[in-house]
Ligand binder design. Structure first.
Ligand code: NOJ
Length: 531
């Protein structure tokens, strides 16, 4: 941590998927007491903050992103006392705690929705988005649900449709209603007072919809076989100009407390994404940048996306990078185990706050899920399109015992292959493991202001080599990454220095005054001379 720099700028975030982190009571589902047990692991790893995916009471149709009580803890995960104990223990070990705020929609079991659907006259009717049919049985417009089918559900009892961007059991709140805004602001205050250090806001770009609910246009680039949601361009259902007022209000609530962070989940191209920093940077501190998740894995492609993102950032805005999350296939399976080490070096040497996804630090693979084991509603609704998210949500592997030390009971999802090598205990004992590499990278980032805070300067993106410099007050480090599997070499005659770390972890101290030979899938960090 650096003086005069907010923790969320210099720090490293770590996403915990609570169902799958550590089960303390043997029911096969992770819980808060389990997370408390594992806090020392996160501190040793060099994380500064943990973000917990939703832990609130929920029917779990979308595994907690369908909330039925915003200010409680689901009994599966524990109690409010457990939560308070978690915050206390985390803070005691120097770790911040970030909660998932899901303000776009509730569960259909939330008392607000139960009231809202009870009659057209109910005072909470307008808390959700209700509309008449467009013709007999025809939904109010053509908007599609991300999880398949129309995003409108007809309610027989009151004869109107309600809008749901995701499952029909996840009705969208109406953010044009000031009472809704106030209710969610109060939810935020409830948790902020309990000591949480900030929020990751779910689907921030969905929060407010076109007032006239105009039809979305067809997507001319849609290819049959793609996710059906992509048939339309969601220009009226998402990313509306008014969303920025909503975000600025969320930020003001966060600002009522000291030193807290507002992070937004936003899947948009860089030029649109950066608008979520807000006018005068009064929006989200960190609109999540997911460009690496869908990056073409080649030097030019990666260099381009870094440059495009850096160029799009408003003055003073702080960047951030994400390699994986609970919605996308695991990095180790996307680009292979060897390149996943290069990706780790990239993530932890770029300018901007890095977010690690649990298990990626031990190279957890995407698990194959047998059809009868599928839990994810997205895969169940739209089977066979490769949308299923269970494979990236499998239990954390702590050791090589039965169920990987995750649970004494039968885990809610299978563990997946290669438990013997891919578990935290085995890797902690191996100085060249992925876990050891992650620890070395976080240690360097914590120790070197040029890595945590320095400027980013592109150097080269030719063939399979990507090189850049990070610089802070005259101190410079050069990062050279070989994103291919063949050996390559970098002309370092202009870059004399000494290797601090290789992804192979075997050439620390080597001088770089001529050519640096890189093995396939090797990355190195070089402290430059004169620095
Ligand atoms: C985004 C979350 O990351 C995802 O897991 C969830 O299914 C949708 N929001 C709907 O809440």
């Amino acid at each position: 941590m650096y003086e005069n720099t907010p923790w969320w700028k210099s720090g490293i975030l770590y996403q915990v998927y609570p169902r799958s982190f550590q089960d303390a009571n043997g029911d096969g589902i992770g819980d808060l007491p389990g997370i408390i047990e594992r806090l020392p692991y996160l501190a040793d790893l060099g994380a500064d903050a943990l973000w917990l995916s939703p832990i609130f009471p929920s029917p779990m149709e979308d595994f907690g992103y369908d909330i039925s009580d915003y200010t409680g803890i689901d009994p599966l995960f524990g109690t409010l006392e457990d939560f308070d104990a978690l915050v206390k223990a985390a803070h005691g070990q120097g770790l911040k705690v970030i909660l998932d705020l899901v303000p776009n929609h509730t569960s259909d079991q939330h008392p607000w929705f139960i009231e809202s659907r009870s009659s057209r006259e109910n005072p909470k009717r307008d808390w959700y988005i209700w509309r008449d049919e467009r013709g007999e049985g025809v939904p109010p417009n053509n908007w599609l649900s991300e999880f398949g089918g129309s995003s409108w559900e007809f309610d027989q009892a009151t004869g109107q449709f309600y809008y749901h961007a995701f499952l029909r059991s996840q009705p969208d709140l109406n953010w044009r209603n000031p009472q809704v805004r106030k209710a969610i602001h109060d939810v935020m205050r409830f948790w902020l007072r309990r000591g949480v250090d900030g929020f990751r806001v779910d689907v921030m770009w969905h929060l407010i919809k076109d007032e006239q609910l105009r039809d979305n246009p067809a997507n001319p680039d849609y290819v049959p076989g793609q996710q059906p949601y992509q048939q339309l361009l969601p220009i009226y259902s998402t990313d509306r100009p008014e969303v920025h007022d909503v975000v600025a209000e969320l930020r003001r609530v966060v600002e009522e407390f000291n030193d807290r962070v507002l992070i937004g989940e936003i899947y948009l191209p860089p030029e649109k994404l950066v608008a979520y920093y807000g006018q005068n940077l009064a929006g989200a501190h960190l609109p999540f940048n997911f460009s690496l998740i869908s990056a073409p894995w080649n030097a030019q492609g990666i260099a381009r996306l870094i440059n495009d993102y850096e160029a799009a950032l408003p003055r003073g805005a702080w960047p951030n990078w994400v390699l994986g999350n609970h919605d996308r296939p695991r990095i180790a399976s996307r680009i292979g185990d060897d390149q996943a080490r290069v990706a780790a070096m990239l993530l932890l040497t770029l300018r901007g706050t890095p977010t690690l996804y649990y298990g990626d630090e031990i190279g957890m693979p995407q698990a194959e899920i047998a059809p009868d084991q599928v839990r994810d509603p997205w895969e169940r609704n739209l089977p066979g399109l490769g949308l299923g998210r269970d494979g990236c949500r499998t239990p954390m592997r702590w050791d090589s015992t039965r169920h990987g030390g995750f649970s004494t009971g039968e885990p809610w999802l299978p563990l997946g292959p290669n438990l013997t090598l891919c578990n935290a205990t085995a890797q902690a004992d191996n100085p060249a493991s992925m876990l050891s590499l992650y620890c070395a990278l976080t240690a360097l980032r914590r120790a070197m202001p040029e890595l945590a805070l320095g400027d980013y300067k592109p150097v080269e993106a030719t063939g399979d080599l990507l090189a850049y410099v990070r610089e802070y007050r005259g101190q410079r480090v050069l990062i050279i990454l070989n994103v291919g599997c063949a050996p390559d070499s970098f002309d370092a005659s202009r870059w004399p220095g000494r290797i601090l770390l290789s992804t192979f972890m075997d050439r620390e101290g080597e001088l770089t005054d001529s050519t640096v030979a890189l093995r396939g899938s090797e990355g190195v960090i070089v402290r430059l001379q004169g620095a």
